[in-house]
Design a protein around this ligand. Sequence first.
Ligand SMILES: [Zn+2]
Ligand SMILES: [Zn+2]
Length: 245
Amino acid sequence: MKEFKADLHIHTVLSPCGSLEMSPRNIVQEAKKKKIDIIGITDHNSTRQCREVSREATKAGITVYTGVEVTTKEEVHCLAFFETFDILDAFQQYLDKHLPDIKNNTDLFGYQVVVDESENIVYEEPRLLISAISQSIDQIAAEVHRLNGLFIPAHINRPKYSLISQLGFVPPDLKADAFELTKHISIEDFLKKFSYLKGKTFIRNSDAHQPDLIGESFTTLKMADTSFAEFTKALAGIEGREVIV
Ligand SMILES: [Zn+2]
Ligand SMILES: [Zn+2]
């Protein structure tokens, strides 16, 4: 087994709150500088920048887990990851269907653009990506799992847009593959308050919206290689694979 340094929650220039410096090229350069083996691309309610980041990362020998940070109907942020671009596209269709038709106001929220390797804008998302989609957390978890994806409620201890801020608790029947904590709390302290989550898998990531914050928090994945199948096993803590935070 090897240990891989992973930062699985990174926003690009496509997220309205993401810095315009978060181009695929800059993200990959920064990850390389910080010796990160695996990055997760998780823009708000869109997967459209994943392909270009993957292309750029392959050149640099970095693995990308392609995903998204979905805002549920309850305004809970949840990460989802998918193994192939075909599946990612299927989930994008689901997002497009359920994202409300509220226009982005660039003055208020910022630009939502997809850029290519030369940092030319190739797409601008007209709908506001930070809106809540019209599906509940359980419906989204079910759709992610129907597509053999991984479902991870984001920054669950954060006082905003988290399971705990919105619902006040972690529903015991919620089908999550892991839970993300912020750097502001240790797992021990978290479990003192939420002891019924003992034995669950926790990850920690930067949630970077600007290059210098990439890798500020990270998770170590102990597994055979960086494939999606290995990542799935690591989150499940099976066959000697594990997550170290
Ligand atoms: Zn979030
Ligand atoms: Zn985020």
